[in-house]
Design a protein. Structure first.
Length: 345
């Protein structure tokens, strides 16, 4: 869909202690070699800092960088990945209370690693639709530091899970980046990929099954759809969503100045996205993300924030961003950089 009158005003990032693949104690020799071959150099480890507290820190940074006060925020959308608050509690309520925000509407968008673009698409509807929101705060955060998870072994070696948080202030008046188009879709034929053969009833008391995504994914590949067919299926679907956003922005692939994806093996990005679209590999913003690791739904805007601060993106650049999550869901957007924000100078 074409988007008019939606802007990203500011971004805030919180990243915890960085651990290099070379120095980490967690991975074995095999995993270390595979991460190195994939170009993934490190990750961030938050320890006992809760994900929602990191979200609060990122939100404070985004609001401080914004042209509006906290009192002017009139909607909040949070993207949940992995554990946020105890079952039955509400993460956005905790974040808003800690910030000291008003009694504003809030949503918890549970789209996994696609959460930020899902939140941005929802915010665009709130700003341009009947709700007429003025300033929407987006947050997402993850902390994979848990005895139930081995971040080095449980998710394969094409991505390295990271702890961190991202926040954005989105409005309808103006900002450093204009949202030109957005599209999303759900390829439900791949829903079992991240569910495996797990029961749809509440957990049976085995805590190890709570987030055994790697095991579930392997079951799907071994018993339902081989990896070659799986890769071809989701790649074709993702390219359709991405192409729609480029077209809806009134552009062609040649107009795209930069590309930002979730932080995974660069070889996969080139094979599944850049080559089919005909976008040169040097337009991919990837090096910084390869050192950050895969921080749930935060990847693409963490990389954008860094690229804005370092000058890797310039005024006038058209930036394609895309992310995916379980379901199988894919979202994409085209952003145009309109100005250098004051916080980047």
């Amino acid at each position: 869909m074409q988007v008019n009158g939606v802007y990203i005003d500011s971004l805030g990032v919180h990243l915890s202690e960085w651990v290099s693949v070379a120095d980490a104690e967690g991975p074995g020799d095999y995993e270390r070699g595979e991460f190195t071959a994939a170009g993934l150099t490190g990750t961030h480890v938050a320890g006992d800092t809760p994900a929602v507290d990191m979200a609060v820190l990122a939100a404070r940074s985004a609001v401080e960088r914004s042209a509006v006060d906290l009192s002017a925020i009139d909607s909040h959308i949070h993207g949940s990945v992995y554990y946020q608050v105890p079952e039955g509690a509400y993460a956005p309520g905790y974040i808003l209370r800690e910030l000291g925000a008003g009694h504003i509407p809030s949503l918890d968008v549970q789209q996994g690693c696609d959460g930020v673009l899902g939140a941005l698409e929802t915010a665009a509807g709130q700003i341009t639709g009947v709700a007429r929101r003025q300033n929407v705060l987006l947050t997402t955060a993850t902390n994979f530091s848990s005895p139930l998870i081995n971040r080095w072994r449980d998710f394969g070696t094409s991505s390295l899970y990271s702890d961190g948080a991202l926040a954005a202030v989105v409005n309808g008046r103006g900002g450093f980046a204009e949202v030109r188009s957005m599209n999303s879709g759900t390829l439900h034929s791949l829903e079992q990929w991240h569910r495996g053969q797990e029961s749809l009833l509440p957990p049976d008391g085995n805590p190890r099954k709570y987030f055994n995504v790697g095991e579930r994914s392997q079951y799907f590949v071994d018993n339902v759809m081989g990896f070659a067919e799986l890769f071809e299926t989701f790649t074709k679907f993702d390219l359709g969503v991405i192409n729609d956003s480029i077209i809806d922005a009134g552009m062609t692939a040649a107009d795209i100045s930069k590309v930002i994806t979730i932080n995974v093996d660069k070889r996969m990005i080139e094979h599944a996205l850049l080559r089919p679209l005909g976008i040169p590999a040097d337009r991919l913003i990837w090096e910084y993300g390869a050192s950050v690791g895969h921080a749930g739904g935060a990847d693409i805007l963490i990389s954008l924030e860094h690229a804005v601060r370092t000058g890797e993106v310039q005024v006038g650049d058209h930036v394609l961003v895309t992310s995916q999550g379980p379901g199988w869901v894919c979202s994409s957007a085209v952003l145009t950089i309109r100005e250098q924000p004051t916080w980047a100078k």
